[in-house]
Design a binder for this molecule. Structure first.
Ligand code: MG
Length: 397
């Protein structure tokens, strides 16, 4: 049985805040969409994962994924309704000829392996199967004045969840037929199965498989993620050297220090901030300073190097990371660093948004050995330590 997953991520819902559709909001350092994709892409029974996104969201989608499991296909563009978006995804999958398809809302990031297993197992006996929860609350129907008109019998009523599973050919045919007949407002795929006249079974849903809809849902999900989250410790190193040139001051750790020379470089040549930037980028495997701020780009000519370190810190935080400490050692015969050490610590702490006791600034001479000993330039070496959310999914992809 070849099983495909279709992740429907074309919605515009942004009630959760953050100014982006909710599937692109991060909880516990990962986007809701990434969590939904991983749930299927890392499931041993699922061979391929197809997502459907809105035409305007190409770059949001690219930025939203911190990893791309092998099963994940390039996204396709959805249509003007949920139903049209699902159909676009099914048409894209048709060439792959899956036996089964699991259609899932991107806004349900907590779907687990057991739930997926139950849906797949039910498809051995039924052309369609969806997870659902029996309604536990007493149901009321209200009149226009919001007073109770009647109590509704809840026997036999269920709340539908996703993934909704189908034999692929059956649901593709049903979607095509519904489109031909001019229907475009089915709110889930089971309803299309019902309309097409094939049986759709109910399997046991999961109360944790919530559909994130409001800002309160995001806050709850964030708290749940943090409670379950293991942080892992990351370490990065950085190294940089700049030579002296004619001038009257050097920049080190964002502090200008009077000197007989300046340091030569495309930016302000702050060798210490450059090494720190590389150390931070190293903690998340995100390239180096030359890649993010190429010296060939005139934009960075004479740039203040705190911009580089600020961006590296932003990249760490975008991954849910927390900077634990940074430490830099300068190798220089001159100028003397001691008188500026406190100011340098304070400045780096300010740039990174951490306390000064998390910033080490040290210096040594080279005992007049080698090029640094001959006062031809200054070397900086740096370390950074970061705590990053640890996802078991990352190890399995
Ligand atoms: Mg440099």
């Amino acid at each position: 049985m070849r099983v495909a997953a279709l992740i429907v991520a074309a919605g515009r819902g942004s009630r959760v805040g953050g100014g982006v559709p909710k599937q692109y909001v991060r909880i516990g350092g990962e986007t809701i969409l990434q969590r939904a994709i991983d749930a299927f892409a890392l499931h041993p029974a699922v061979a391929l994962v197809q997502s459907v996104i809105h035409a305007d969201d190409g770059s949001l989608y690219e930025d939203s994924l911190s990893r791309r499991p092998a099963a994940l296909r390039a996204p396709v563009t959805g249509g003007s309704s949920r139903q049209a978006s699902v159909r676009a995804g099914l048409e894209a999958l048709a060439a792959e000829e899956p036996d089964l398809v699991l259609i899932h809302d991107a806004a349900r990031p907590f779907v687990d392996r057991g739930l997926i297993d139950r849906v797949v197992a039910a498809l051995e006996r039924h052309p369609g199967a969806i997870p659902a929860l029996a309604v536990a609350d007493t149901l009321k129907r209200a009149d226009a004045g919001q007073t109770i008109a009647e109590t509704v019998d809840r026997a036999g009523l269920w709340r539908a969840q996703t993934p909704q599973g189908f034999r692929f050919a059956r649901i593709l045919d049903a979607h095509r037929a519904a489109a031909v007949e001019g229907f475009d407002d089915f709110t889930d795929d089971a309803a299309i199965g019902e309309w097409a006249g094939f049986p759709v079974a109910l399997v046991e849903g999961d109360a944790r498989n919530i559909k994130i809809t409001t800002a309160a849902d995001v806050a709850d999900a964030q708290a749940a993620c943090e409670a379950a989250m293991t942080m892992e410790s990351r370490i990065g190193t950085g190294f940089d050297v700049h030579r002296f040139a004619e001038g009257s001051s050097v920049w080190l750790c964002g502090v200008e220090i009077p000197h007989t020379h300046k340091l030569e470089g495309h930016s302000d040549a702050d060798v210490a901030l450059h090494a720190l930037t590389d150390a931070l980028l190293g903690t998340i495997g995100d390239g180096d300073i030359g890649q993010h701020f190429p010296p060939s780009d005139p934009k960075w000519k004479g740039a203040a190097s705190h911009l580089f370190l600020t961006e590296a810190a932003r990249r760490v935080r975008a991954r849910g990371g927390r900077i634990v400490n940074v430490d830099v050692t300068l190798l220089a015969e001159a100028p003397r660093i001691g008188p500026y050490r406190v100011a340098m610590q304070a400045r780096v702490a300010e740039i990174l948004g951490i306390t000064a006791d998390r910033v080490g600034v040290k210096a040594t001479t080279m005992e007049e050995l080698g090029s640094i000993g001959r006062r031809e330039g200054i070397v900086a070496m740096a370390n950074a330590s970061v705590l990053l959310p640890f996802s078991t999914a990352q190890d399995q992809s």
